[in-house]
Write a protein that binds this ligand. Structure first.
Ligand SMILES: *Cc1c(COP(=O)(O)O)cnc(C)c1O
Length: 380
């Protein structure tokens, strides 16, 4: 029988925590009501559960529940926010600033907005994967309506200077949006302290279920206003209509509650294991870490291997579930746009592996991973 591979791809998705699943189950069967039903107990129960979930997720980003709406995930939140801002603020301007290492959900949506008449500036990052705040400030014009910079990168774990970006945006009177999908549940996120006006995230990257996300919109100073993007009944502050995914929201809430309590212990354990992994893989001198090692998530490491073909790497390390630095976005293989933007040459971008650890990663799994990769490195 084929053994289950070792899962080190938590940045792609995470298993649902058992405690989250347990909290969700009643909302499929006994407590199945529609939260929009205002005339009976089934509806009240569901509504109460949704509002508790909203409260818990809001608390994880340091805000109140009236500023959070639920969506199907970060991709939808990003689409609603970018397209909605471009439409609603068109009277003020058409310029958006983002960066080259964003997730495709942001980049592809920005490309669509360009076709619709927006001007988008894609900021460079340095070798560490970090944007230059002076360049950011210089890019702002009187036509700029939005700065959209991700909190933490999904491929490298590199964390931007979010509070620095927030201050600049506040000072210049431009809205600041951040894709916090990788940061949420792994590190402190506080929308008020960092002057974040719009924030997007998904439950399934933090041990909640797939298909549930949030969109945080600041209500005051400044108030972020968005047009309805999905019509049909006026749910979720009249921005995103449709019957809510009650079990998903309950699960997201439970996952947020757990993260609030356990995030720091998880972070310490994961970063200890990551250090062991990095030390063993890089000590030969034939592998190096991509991106800043100071400003990054506690669970992620992106390592390039020298003198090794990507195909060999992938084939030989089949029993370890990781991501590679190339993507089949079309029929042809392409090196990761994140690593290329950081100045990693094509060969090392292809021969790179993202290891992302999680709550359930064990030391034994890390030892086996080290063994496997050292073997692959010695094999050639
Ligand atoms: C996973 C991810 C997304 C997209 O999330 P979905 O749940 O697939 O919509 C967006 N941004 C980042 C940084 C991600 O890691």
């Amino acid at each position: 029988m084929l053994a289950q591979p070792i899962y080190l791809d938590y940045n792609s998705t995470t298993p649902v925590d058992e405690r989250v699943l347990e909290a969700m189950l009643p909302y499929f069967t006994q407590k199945f009501g529609n939260p929009a039903s205002t005339t009976h107990l089934f509806g009240f129960q569901a509504k109460e559960a949704v509002e508790l979930g909203r409260e818990r997720v809001a608390s994880l980003i340091g805000t109140g529940r009236e500023q959070v709406i639920f969506t199907s995930g970060a991709t939808e939140s990003i689409n609603i926010a970018l397209k909605g801002i471009a439409e609603r603020y068109a009277v003020k301007g058409n310029h958006i600033i983002t960066c080259k290492t964003e997730h495709k959900a942001v980049l592809d949506t920005c490309h669509v907005l360009e076709q619709r008449g927006c001007a988008v500036s894609y900021l460079d990052v340095n070798r560490e994967g970090i944007i230059d705040l002076t360049k950011l400030e210089e890019a702002i014009t009187d036509k700029t309506i939005l700065v959209c910079i991700m909190y933490a990168n999904n491929e490298t774990g590199v964390v931007q200077d979010i509070s620095g970006i927030g201050s600049i945006c506040r000072k210049r009177g431009v809205l600041f949006m951040t894709d916090a999908t990788q940061a949420l549940g792994k590190m402190r996120v506080d929308v008020d302290e960092d002057n974040i006006d719009i924030l997007c995230a998904s439950a399934h990257k933090m041990y909640g279920p797939k298909g549930t996300g949030i969109l945080y919109l600041r209500r005051r100073d400044p108030r972020v206003s968005l047009p309805a993007m999905v019509h049909g009944g006026g749910h979720e502050n009249n921005i995103r209509s449709g019957t809510l995914n009650v079990p998903g929201i309950v699960g997201f809430g439970k996952a947020a509650e757990i993260a609030n309590l356990e995030m720091w212990d998880d972070a310490a354990r994961m970063s200890r294991l990551r250090t062991i992994l990095e030390q063993h893989l890089t000590e030969s001198g034939h592998a190096f870490i991509n991106g800043s090692v100071r400003n990054r998530l506690p669970n992620t490491t992106n390592i390039s291997f020298t003198g090794i073909k990507s195909e060999t790497l992938i084939r030989k390390a089949r029993n370890i579930a990781v991501s590679t630095g190339s993507a089949c976005t079309s029929a042809i293989m392409q090196p990761s746009h994140v690593l290329s933007s950081m100045g990693v040459d094509e060969q090392h971008a292809y021969a790179s592996i993202r290891f992302s650890l999680g709550r359930f990663t064990t030391e034994e799994e890390i030892r086996k991973t080290i063994e496997t990769f050292l073997e692959v490195m010695n094999y050639q």
